[in-house]
Design a protein around this ligand. Structure first.
Ligand code: PEP
Ligand code: MG
Length: 944
């Protein structure tokens, strides 16, 4: 009778579980419903567990509840689809069959499960996990009997109540409490019983039993309810907690930083537990298949004997290097090395794995592409290309554009470093050099950074709660934890300098002091950390440029001989091969031009001529010109400026060696140039010999309420054409000088802030007239272009009219963003945070292009410009030209080039190469297509 009932139940379960959408994907025993390419539905962890199972690696059986359930959960007031339970029951039944244990079994070995989150992109430590689920007062006895290991069984149960109590039942630190409540119970028990702090693995079975009782009481006191005994109630509670943790504060902060959409949701993975804590023939570890800090081809990571995985990453016990496994667990170590090879060959990328050894047998619990520093990414990509694991295009893609500037980051000044005492040593967890004021708490660190201080966050260990402080800090230093602790993982990913486990430093949170090397430091004092060597220095140390900079810019031979330098050059060569779009630079001096050209800039995309007047006493002549109240006086002042300008332009043309230079006519927001203080006004009056009262009066007249939208850009030269005349004369005379000296020159004269075709027409007429006059007078010929910036919405939407007078457009996306959004580019600090926190701005629109709004204006302008002038040259010179996402958009729009500050040039080159490789236009399109064809193709792409 009972069997018939059971069979009927089973059949009903099967029928229910196959109805409607599939929410549960199982894996185990070499078979899996899913595979590695299903990350959107199964999350990264679930997809890769399936994949590892399919390629025959030892993975404990389990199932994934899909990300669609997460979406459903939030769309339906945190409830589940009606068929989910039946599908989960089928999933558990499959695990029971493979593992040979029963979930909730109070007689034989009970099946215990781990419940973990798993988003599409990994979010380390941000969401919740519950281990050892399925234990209760009965199953713990069964586990004890089946393993003949009472200590182990009660250790698991104690851990389970603690994790479940914290994560699912919310028994956590309250405001005003210093410690986590469960930790408090353990600490006082240890002191009561042993009179001192002992490690958890020294707790006996009896100790753990006592702790279980105390934990349960704590849960009852805090929640008013008993601890759930029913394994199914436990499982549903844990799944709900994981889904809920998608919306916890730290996950939201993390998503915002890494641009992960909230709509993706997380999957939940339920996997059969294997145990690293059964004794000294067991253990748990995490490892990277290569060194993620410096890229060396070596297994890198750590492990702990007789421990569960959480012990390794929590940073509470400092684990041993994974190489130590060779001695401690030799067979498992050999197996792990084999798995390392298989994984790299299969995934063709460096993997970050979690594993457990249960009674000598290795099990793989996770694999994912390892997070890495920019230096490691570069070395991985070059080495794997040499090993024929990846082609050169993939190697380029393996270097994230937004991390590349880490390679250009400074190192400590060697001479100063020698004079600064070493006060401690820890594990080098995030390379680079950082020197800053120390803060021992994330909030205070963030507040100090907001005030403009360079900050080091110093903690015993970090937890996800410290994220805000870590983002704000230049570097992170911890006294406890290994190279895969939370601090290390997060720091590496953010490209922060980091030292972990510097056990020689003593941190006192109450007194806000750090003691090390016999010295004591207060909050606000300077420390310096070298994340490449792991050494902590007492005091401030100046930094110096990286070897890439010294090799490229200063031509230093010793830098050029380093592997890192050569890899960088190779990467840039591949970028050149892949790229369709050029990269220019925004530069105002020959030095800036040289730096940018060394980085591979193909010319200047923007010279801001007004910036040239900040030097020496030119500002006086500039002020005299601005303040002049009649043409005669203005021309007098302009005459003084002419030779300076001519000399500057000549210097720039020479430094460019024939590369094009887009020189923009004057665009000074007036308030930046006026003498505002009494002192400045008096000084100027003396210098130019006019009464200070006249200057005061004129400053008053010229005052603008909204200078960004005032008498600037071409408006100035429309009112005073002699300004454009002088500048055109300086440009063309410098060009003539070059021609005479045999220097190739390609000036492109650019008119700013054009919104009406007529504005441009008037300026173009002046420029052509002056060019003809200079050619005539100097008796030389040279080519030049005249174009305009598109930086106000009216200019964008009337681009067809404007194109009649312009040979090129350059998108001034700083002003275009300012005017399209109606937001001052200088005054958004007060509301930017609330706008990003409320998901209004996905990112600061002045840093990363608002592709939907401003981008649409650019699309309109590009299309209209091309209609009238199919070969019109299009570029961008706003700050967005150095932002990888914006560069991608510019590629899609078919721009000829992006222009950015000199140090961003490599970043832009890499981003442009990525864009071309990803859309399949690299490398053939760039080589074969004629100019016209490229323009046509680009126009087509833009329409798409
Ligand atoms: C722009 O507006 O994008 C631009 C490049 O010009 P500026 O920043 O000088 O206004
Ligand atoms: Mg502008």
């Amino acid at each position: 009778m009972a069997t018939r009932k059971k069979t009927a139940k089973k059949a009903a379960r099967k029928a229910a579980s196959t109805k409607g959408p599939k929410y549960v994907y199982t894996w185990g025993n070499g078979k899996a419903d899913g595979h590695g390419k299903m990350k959107e539905l199964l999350g990264g962890k679930g997809a890769n567990l399936a994949e590892m199972t399919l390629i025959g690696l030892p993975v404990p059986a389990g199932f994934t509840i899909t990300t669609e359930v997460c979406t459903y959960y939030y769309a339906h007031k945190r409830t589940y689809p009606s068929t989910l339970r039946a599908q989960m029951e089928a999933g558990i039944a499959n695990m029971e069959k493979i593992m040979g244990y029963k979930f909730g079994d109070s007689e034989g070995f009970p099946l215990l499960v781990a419940v973990r989150s798993g988003a599409r992109d990994s979010m380390p430590g941000m969401m919740d996990t519950v281990l050892n689920l399925g234990l209760n007062d009965k199953t713990v006895e069964a586990l004890s009997k089946a393993t003949d290991n009472e200590r182990f069984a009660w250790d698991c149960y104690r851990r389970f109540i603690q994790m479940y109590g914290d994560v699912v039942l919310g028994v956590q630190k309250r405001e005003g409490e210093d410690h986590e409540p469960f930790e408090e119970v353990i600490e006082s028990f240890k002191h009561e019983t042993y009179g001192k702090d002992i490690v958890d693995s020294d707790l006996t079975a009896e100790d753990n039993k006592e702790l279980v009782a105390r934990f349960k009481k704590l849960v009852k006191d805090r929640t008013g309810q008993g601890f759930p005994e029913d394994p199914w109630e436990q499982l549903e509670g844990a799944a709900g907690a994981v889904f809920s943790s998608w919306m916890n504060d730290r996950a939201i902060v993390y998503r915002r930083k890494y641009g992960i959409p909230a709509a993706w949701g997380t999957a939940v993975n339920v996997q059969a537990m294997v145990f690293g804590n059964t004794g000294t023939n067991s253990g748990s570890g995490v490892a990277f298949t290569r060194n993620p800090a410096n890229g060396e081809n070596e297994l890198y990571g750590e492990f702990l004997v007789n421990a569960q995985g959480e012990d390794v990453v929590a940073g509470v016990r400092t684990p041993d290097p994974v190489s130590g496994m060779e001695q401690a667990l030799p067979q498992a170590y050999k197996d792990l090395l084999k798995v390392r090879k298989i994984l790299e060959k299969h995934f063709t990328d460096v993997q970050d794995v979690e594993f457990t050894i249960q009674d000598g047998k290795l099990f793989m619990l996770q694999t994912r592409n390892g997070k890495r520093t920019a230096a490691a990414a570069l070395k991985f990509s070059m080495d794997m290309n040499k090993e024929k694991l990846i082609d050169w295009q993939t190697a380029v893609l393996r270097n994230p554009a937004d991390q590349l500037d880490q390679l250009l980051a400074p190192v400590f000044d060697a001479a100063e470093l020698k004079k600064t005492p070493e006060i401690a040593k820890g594990l080098p967890a995030g390379p680079g050099a950082a020197s800053g004021k120390i803060y021992l708490n994330a909030d205070r660190a963030a507040a100090a950074a907001n005030k403009g201080e360079v900050v080091l966050l110093v903690r015993v260990e970090t937890s996800p709660e410290d994220l805000r402080g870590m983002i704000a800090a230049e570097g992170i230093l911890t006294s406890r934890g290994g190279v895969s602790s939370h601090a290390a993982l997060v720091a590496r990913q953010m490209g922060k300098v980091c030292i972990c486990g510097a056990s020689g430093i003593e941190i006192d949170y109450d007194k806000k002091t750090v003691k090390a090397g016999g010295q004591s430091f207060k909050e606000g004092d300077y420390l310096s950390i070298d994340g490449t060597t792991g050494i902590v220095y007492g005091g401030q140390v100046a930094t110096e440029p990286s070897e890439i900079i010294t090799g490229l810019i200063n031509g230093k031979k010793s830098s050029q001989n380093t592997e890192k330098f050569q890899h960088f050059v190779q990467l840039m060569d591949w970028c050149a091969k892949a790229t369709r779009m050029g990269v220019r630079t925004n530069a105002d001096t020959p030095e800036q031009v040289k730096t940018a050209v060394a980085f591979g800039a193909e010319g200047i995309g923007l010279t801001r001529t007004e910036h040239m007047f900040f030097e020496g006493d030119r500002i006086d002549a500039m002020r005299e010109m601005i303040l002049a109240d009649n043409e005669t006086n203005r021309r007098k002042a302009l005459k003084k400026l002419l030779p300076h300008q001519r000399k500057d332009f000549f210097g720039i043309f020479k430094a460019l060696e024939g590369k094009p230079a887009t020189i923009r006519l004057l665009d000074p927001p007036l308030h930046e140039f006026l003498p505002h203080t009494k002192e400045q006004q008096l000084d100027l009056a003396n210098k130019i010999g006019i009464p200070v009262e006249t200057i005061m009066q004129r400053v008053h007249e010229l005052h603008e309420f909204n200078p960004m939208l005032g008498h600037r850009g071409c408006r100035l030269a429309i009112s005073y054409p002699e300004i454009a005349e002088m500048q055109a004369q300086a440009i063309f005379e410098a060009a003539a000088q070059c021609v005479k000296k045999g220097i190739e020159v390609k000036p492109e004269v650019m008119v700013p802030l054009v919104g009406y075709a007529r504005e441009l027409e008037l300026q173009v007429e002046i420029i052509h007239r002056i060019a003809a006059e200079v050619k005539e007078k100097k008796g030389v010929e040279f080519d030049y272009l005249v174009g305009t910036m598109i930086e106000v919405p009216r200019g964008a939407v009337t681009a067809d009219e404007i194109a009649a007078h312009a040979q090129f457009f350059s998108f001034g996306t700083n002003d275009l963003t300012q005017t399209a959004l109606g937001v001052s580019r200088d005054d958004m600090g007060s509301f930017l945070n609330s706008y990003t926190e409320n998901d209004i701005y996905p990112r600061n629109p002045f840093a990363s292009l608002d592709t939907t709004g401003v981008g649409q204006l650019m699309e309109i302008a590009a299309a209209k410009g091309r209609e009238v002038r199919p070969d019109i040259k299009l570029g961008i010179c706003g700050e967005h030209g150095g932002d990888p996402d914006s560069v991608k958009f510019c590629h899609k729009l078919g721009l000829a080039y992006v222009s950015c500050s000199p140090y961003r040039v490599p970043v832009a080159r890499l981003a442009a190469a990525h864009a071309a490789i990803n859309d399949g236009s690299a490398p053939k399109a760039a080589k074969k297509a004629t100019k016209k064809k490229s323009a046509k193709k680009a126009a087509k792409r833009a329409k798409k």
